[in-house]
Design a protein around this ligand. Structure first.
Ligand SMILES: Nc1ncnc2c1ncn2[C@@H]1O[C@H](COP(=O)(O)OP(=O)(O)OP(=O)(O)O)[C@@H](O)[C@H]1O
Ligand SMILES: [Mg+2]
Length: 233
């Protein structure tokens, strides 16, 4: 059976995936600071909104105003969609562990059930993972959270920081296993160290015949663009 797809909002990445993310999947987007993970998350949500698909952005990091400003810089105006109740931006405070956990564990499933968003982004999941000291507890909680969100026809992007020593692993080495797909963003430095190129790679995408190439991508005033060249320029 053909998998139903949802556009990532990045044309070149859709091409690498053969049409977009599978719907109902959880996708981990892993990368070090400044690789455009938040911009990718906003672009993914905005791409849905302009097609009439609702979205939820859960931020543990930047506040509502900052995210709306970042999006506005890219020409994406989220405010009308907030007014029309097509988009909800939730800022959770990672330092207020108890309140954040309550909201994630009891309020969020209720919101998902009633709102039935097509697209959900959690940015970064790393700060949620940090709320659990026990590894098996962390795994169970993240697993349950993804399964709760996925079942309503929702595609979830879990944005994650990368491990310091291994750019292909997330900070806790967990989300890439829990998720059905993993995309890695990285900085590639030229041999003379005079140039940095951003590169994107699909490391995992269950049930999808996807590209194995490492493609350069750019961040501009229009968001993220993945180029079709075969080589890092
Ligand atoms: N208008 C723009 N034109 C070109 N590059 C931009 C533009 N706006 C932002 N950037 C680049 O994008 C980076 C920020 O992207 P973003 O905030 O999405 O990264 P991130 O991976 O979420 O970082 P962090 O891990 O710190 O949250 C900036 O550091 C800058 O390099
Ligand atoms: Mg970010």
């Amino acid at each position: 059976m053909e998998l139903e797809r949802i556009s990532t909002g990045v044309e070149g990445l859709d091409d690498m995936l053969g049409g977009g993310f599978p719907i109902n999947a959880t996708i981990a987007v892993i990368g070090p600071f400044g690789t455009g993970k938040t911009i990718f998350g906003l672009q993914f949500i905005y791409n849905g909104l302009i097609k009439g698909e609702s979205g939820i952005y859960i931020s543990f990091d930047e506040g509502e105003e900052e995210l709306i400003q970042t999006a506005a810089n890219m020409g994406w105006d989220f405010r009308p969609y907030i007014k029309e109740k097509k988009f909800v931006l939730i800022k959770l405070d990672a330092s207020d562990i108890k309140a954040s956990l309550t909201r994630m564990q009891s309020d969020l499933p209720i919101l998902i059930e009633s709102f039935k968003p097509k697209r959900v982004v959690i940015d970064p999941i790393t700060l949620l993972e940090m709320l659990f000291n026990d590894e098996s507890e962390r795994r169970a909680q993240i697993f349950n959270l993804c399964r709760t969100i996925e079942k309503n026809g929702t595609t979830i992007v879990l944005i994650s920081g990368a491990d310091k020593a291994n750019i292909y692993a997330s900070k806790f080495g967990l989300v890439e296993y829990v998720a059905g797909g993993a995309i890695v963003l990285h900085h590639v430095r030229s041999d003379n160290l005079q140039k940095v190129t951003l590169a994107i790679e699909i490391v995992k995408m269950r049930r999808v015949e996807h590209s194995r190439e490492i493609k350069p991508y750019f961040i501009t005033n229009n968001g993220i663009t993945v180029h079709a060249y075969d080589q890092i320029p």
